[in-house]
Structure formats: C-alpha cells, structure tokens
Design a protein around this ligand. Structure first.
Ligand SMILES: Cc1cc2nc3c(=O)[nH]c(=O)nc-3n(C[C@H](O)[C@H](O)[C@H](O)COP(=O)(O)OP(=O)(O)OC[C@H]3O[C@@H](n4cnc5c(N)ncnc54)[C@H](O)[C@@H]3O)c2cc1C
Length: 279
C-alpha cells in the first residue's frame, strides 16, 4: 500500500498505478475485500493526507476535506456549522465505523443508505475532484446520479457546502433500535436568504430524492420575516406531499403493504423534520 502525504502525491500515485484503488477509512472497501467482491491490485491510502482532514471557509461556504471522519463531523464545533451533516454523521453506524469512515468514502461508495448523501443533496453541495488534469467541481447530485461520475485517476478532495445560518434537521428510520442502516431518511434545511426550504429523502431510491414541488409549496406558506411558524396541519400535509412525491401511487392498484409502510415512514420523518426546523 502507498501512503501519500498530499493530494498531489495521491493523484500521482494513482496515475502511476492505474489499477490501484484509493482507500480512506476502509469501512466499505475492506468489507468488499473480505467478502471477495473486490481484489484491488494495489491500494493508495488517503489517511495521511492532512489537507483533507479538516475544513476551511470560502465565499460563505465551508470547504470540507473528504477525509473528515463521521466522528469528527459529529462534534459540537462542526454541528454549529452544518447541523444536519453533524446529525447524519452521528447516526452513521456504530462508533468504530464513525471513527474510521469518512465523508469522501460515504460519497464515493454512493450507497442508497449513505447518511451524508441526503444532507448534501438538500444543501445543494458541490464536490471538488482532483485528478491528473487538475481539479474540477461538480454538483453532488450529478455525481450521485452518474451524470458526471468520478473519472479514472480522480479523487474526491473536498465538499463545498453553503453556510446557511438557519435550522437544519436530519432524521433517520432504521429497521431496529440502535445504530443501523436507514430504511428511510430525511434531510431538511431552511435557507432564509433565498426564502427556501430544501428537503431530500434518502434510502428509498438509489440516490437521494428532492421533492421540489413540496419544497416550493411549503416555502410559499412560511412568513420568512415573521415568526416562521406553520400550523401543524400544514406540516402534516407537507409530510404527505413529500412521501407521495418520493413513493408515488402504483399505476394499477394499491401499494404493497411494505411500500405503503415506507411511505408512511417518509411522511412522518418529513413532517417531524419541518416541525423541528420551524420550532
Ligand atoms: C457495520 C457497518 C455499518 C455502517 N453503517 C453505516 C450507516 O449507518 N450510515 C452510513 O452512511 N454508512 C454506514 N456504513 C458505511 C461506511 O461506513 C460509510 O460509507 C463510510 O463513510 C465510508 O468511508 P470510508 O472512509 O471507510 O471509505 P472506504 O471504505 O475507505 O472507501 C469506500 C469507497 O470509496 C472510495 N474512496 C474513499 N475515499 C475516496 C476519495 N477521497 N476519493 C475517491 N474515492 C474514495 C474507495 O476507493 C472505495 O471504493 C457502515 C459500514 C459498516 C461496515
């Protein structure tokens, strides 16, 4: 395994060994190796690259290093910056996973259950990719949808997320109590400067879903210059609106019970998320 000390060195190492695979915390990668799904010819370890383990600020945004661990993002100083991402990081698996697993690994794996992903979708974050031809920036949604995927030899270097200075919520439902993968999750952020409510639903589809009509509808009902409160009935309707958008009615009849249950779960998460953000 090669252990570069900088992003440039890591990009050069990947260029020199095109068959090598980058590894950060190894929580996903080693599971794939152990189960025989992956046999990397060589590994480029990212754990010694200090420039991607913290964050900085630029133009009203936080520039987050891909090597930030879930444990680090869960701490109070980070939670003060991007509360929903901190909440997602605190919910991402048991402590040993949170200590090793990274933001970049979560995005690169792009699992439907990746807890950071709906938050990044709701924030409309972008990712900065470093590669042999230099760096480029793409919306996280484009990366996750495969519209603009990682190219050979590229590394996820940073995530650029807006600092909204307003309430944000991440809620996750699991099949059991305690840490577990999401069966559904909802990230919701308020953007008072743009008078917007942005919401993304995770785990119910291959990538996070944005219920854009429900967002616009509820944003139009909020008194942004006043108390910013909504009738509980409205938050309830918002929950249903979000759930219907993400899990539409079956064309030819009733939804199977498990899918109907999932839809109710999404509705409850979205209703609670909006209620908490406005409380
Ligand atoms: C028991 C268990 C429970 C889990 N629970 C949860 C959970 O509740 N919620 C959740 O979201 N996740 C969960 N995970 C998944 C995992 O911990 C996260 O996805 C984690 O963030 C992956 O980060 P990593 O640094 O360990 O990635 P790695 O395993 O090091 O890498 C994962 C993939 O990303 C690539 N990669 C890593 N970093 C980069 C980079 N900077 N640039 C380009 N490619 C890169 C690697 O090549 C590899 O393909 C769980 C995993 C396990 C094993």
């Amino acid at each position: 395994m090669t252990l570069p000390a900088s992003l440039d060195e890591a990009v050069a190492a990947l260029a020199a060994m095109p068959a090598a695979v980058p590894v950060a915390g190894g929580t996903d990668l080693m599971a794939a190796v152990n189960s025989g799904l992956l046999r990397p010819a060589a590994l480029v370890g990212l754990g010694r690259i200090s420039e991607i383990r913290g964050w900085s600020y630029a133009d009203g945004h936080a520039v987050l290093g891909a090597g930030l661990t879930h444990a680090r993002m869960g701490r109070p100083d980070f939670a003060a910056l991007i509360p929903a991402l901190a909440a997602a990081a605190r919910a991402a698996g048991p402590p040993q996973i949170r200590n090793a697993g990274t933001l970049g690994g979560n995005i690169a794996t792009a699992a439907p259950t990746g807890d950071a992903l709906p938050v990044l979708a709701a924030l409309e974050a972008t990712v900065v990719l470093a590669g042999p031809q230099g760096s480029r920036e793409v919306p996280v949604g484009h990366l996750l949808a495969g519209r603009d995927p990682l190219r050979p030899g590229e590394l996820l270097a940073y995530v650029r997320a807006p600092l909204l200075h307003a309430p944000q919520v991440f809620l996750k439902a699991t099949a059991r109590t305690g840490p577990g993968r999401a069966i559904a999750s909802v990230a919701l952020v308020l953007d008072p400067a743009r008078r917007g409510v942005r919401c993304a639903v995770g785990a119910v589809a291959p990538m996070p879903l944005r219920p854009l009509e429900a967002e616009a509808w509820v944003a139009g009902l909020i008194d942004w210059d006043g108390t910013r409160t909504l009738d509980p009935q409205v938050t309830g309707v918002f929950g249903e609106y979000v759930a219907m958008a993400c899990i539409p009615d079956a064309v030819d009849g009733e939804l199977p019970p498990a899918v109907a249950h999932l839809r109710r779960t999404v509705a409850a998460l979205a209703r609670r998320a909006l209620g908490r953000a406005l409380s």
